[in-house]
Design a protein around this ligand. Structure first.
Ligand code: AHR
Length: 483
């Protein structure tokens, strides 16, 4: 099959924030994995775990959403500042009722961002917090001059204000974030955003409203109608569940039947329909696409790994997860005119993670390698293609700095595929190519065998007379750059 690419036609820019991450105070998502504390035996810089930070730096995490998730609507930021021994110990009621000692708070979050080179995406507490609490947090973080909160920040060791790029007002306010109706939430949103201080007039904080759960189109319609003029982005949450429901068993992360491979692919592709339909509703109120769709929770959600705390959402990550990652990234990029940020849930040890840790060991998951291969699309210009791909294949083409990158996923469990891309006469050679593939449906990395599924050099690409020929094995993700 041949697809004609149109590199001469200017497409929308693919925002680097599509490669965003999410870390919540949930299970081992932060403590012991990102943050170990300065006195830990595990190598760290200012408490941040060196091996994990180094691995994440290689995928250039552009933005990190924090502190939740559901945790955000129970989080009181003042509990997490000041001397560590004096910080309040609270119960994390959403995630296993474990004690949260608040040692990772605002200062630690910005230290982590600084080490990663990532931008901030803070989610405020509107469920059990107050307008004043939110306004003072923003004052604490961003006020450059004299003020009560800026002075408190200085007293706690941070002279300069930090930059807050994105700010979420509510998380799942339709559910665990307050069980609100969209009409009521719209008013709450309008009120909170009114008191969000903007001290840096040149770089105003980007405001994200709580958007719909999956296909709740009425939520999108109502919030856009009543609050659309006051927001920059509206979020969407959609998880890939192999069985399509939140029932007793979601399906296992490993050792699953082939039928669950197929259903997982179908559920992952559903993201395209959701974005298309929510975006169409947004068009009614915002035809110029000023407001973005922010997919700030997505990824696979399986049964927790046997023997682990059910509240910690710990799951293995296989070549199937890699397919889900590639399918979703291709969908977000296809909708680059509307999707400005996406945050996979979650960065380390929780749900579809980049990295798993156990004590002082760590491993990179198949999903990590997809993010590594796809990062060449960050801030690239989307290249349109004419013609259809084979069934079970999905791709993105983009160009940046005179180079063109095609990333393509053959999620067929058994069949190899040949795909040709024409229209590439301006490109002279295949500059680089990588592939991620595996034999078994649930192939994954373990602490004993951390390199079972890793990206490798790809030799199945040939560029001849302006046509690129790709030979894709079954269950593979391939990324090829032409120059
Ligand atoms: O990512 C795990 C949880 O899923 C988040 O806390 C919540 O927002 C969603 O329901």
């Amino acid at each position: 099959m041949t697809i004609e690419l149109l590199p001469q036609k200017k497409g929308p820019q693919i925002s680097k924030y599509i490669y965003g991450q999410f870390s919540e105070h949930l299970g081992n998502g932060i403590y012991g994995s990102l943050y170990v504390g300065k006195n830990s035996d595990i190598a760290n810089v200012n408490g941040m775990r060196t091996d994990v930070v180094d691995a994440l730096k290689k995928i250039h995490v552009p933005v990190l959403r924090w502190p939740g998730g559901l945790f955000a609507d129970t989080y009181h930021w003042m509990d997490g500042i000041g001397p560590k021994d004096d910080r309040k110990k609270i119960v994390n009621t959403n995630w296993g009722d474990v004690t949260e000692n608040n040692h990772f708070g605002t200062h630690e979050y910005f230290e982590l961002l600084n080490q990663l080179g990532a931008d901030a995406y803070i989610n405020a507490n509107i469920g059990s917090g107050t307008v004043q609490e939110m306004a003072e947090w923003v004052e604490y973080m961003t006020m450059p001059g004299e003020s009560p909160m800026a002075n408190l920040r200085r007293q706690n060791g941070q002279e300069d204000p930090w930059k807050v790029k994105f700010f979420g007002i509510g998380n799942e306010s339709w559910g665990g974030g307050g069980n609100m109706r969209p009409e009521y939430y719209s008013d709450v949103y309008r009120q909170y955003q009114t008191f969000l201080p903007q001290y840096d007039k040149d770089h105003p904080i980007y405001k994200v409203a709580c958007g719909p759960n999956e296909d709740d189109y009425n939520w999108t319609d109502t919030v856009m109608k009543y609050a659309g003029q006051y927001l920059d982005g509206i979020s969407l949450h959609y998880y890939t569940l192999p069985k399509g429901t939140w029932g007793q068993s979601k399906g296992d992360a490993t050792g699953f039947p082939e039928s669950e491979w197929d259903s997982t692919m179908t559920r992952a592709k559903h993201m395209d329909e959701l974005i298309t339909k929510h975006s169409t509703i947004m068009d009614r109120y915002d035809p110029d696409k000023r407001v973005n769709l922010i997919v700030d929770e997505w990824g696979t959600w399986f049964n927790v790994e046997k023997g682990t705390n059910p509240g910690f959402l710990h799951q293995q990550n296989t070549i199937r997860d890699a397919m889900v990652a590639a399918i979703n990234l291709n969908i977000f990029q296809k909708h680059a005119d509307r999707v400005y940020m996406a945050n996979i849930a979650q960065m380390v040890n929780v749900l579809q993670a980049m990295i798993l840790t156990k004590g002082d060991q760590m491993l990179k998951t198949p999903t990590y390698y997809v993010f590594d291969m796809y990062q060449k699309h960050m801030n690239g210009e989307l290249v349109e293609g004419v013609g259809s791909v084979p069934e079970n294949v999905t791709y993105t083409a983009s160009q940046k700095d005179d180079k063109l990158t095609i990333s393509i996923c053959n999620y067929d469990a058994h069949e190899a595929q040949n795909v040709d891309f024409s229209g590439l006469a301006d490109f002279k050679k295949v500059k680089s190519g990588k592939i991620l593939t595996a034999d078994k449906l649930d192939a994954h990395n373990t602490f004993d065998n951390p390199d079972a599924v890793v990206e490798k050099d790809f030799v199945g690409a040939e560029l001849k007379h302006g046509t690129l020929h790709l030979a894709l094995p079954a269950k593979s993700v391939v990324s090829v750059t032409l120059k």
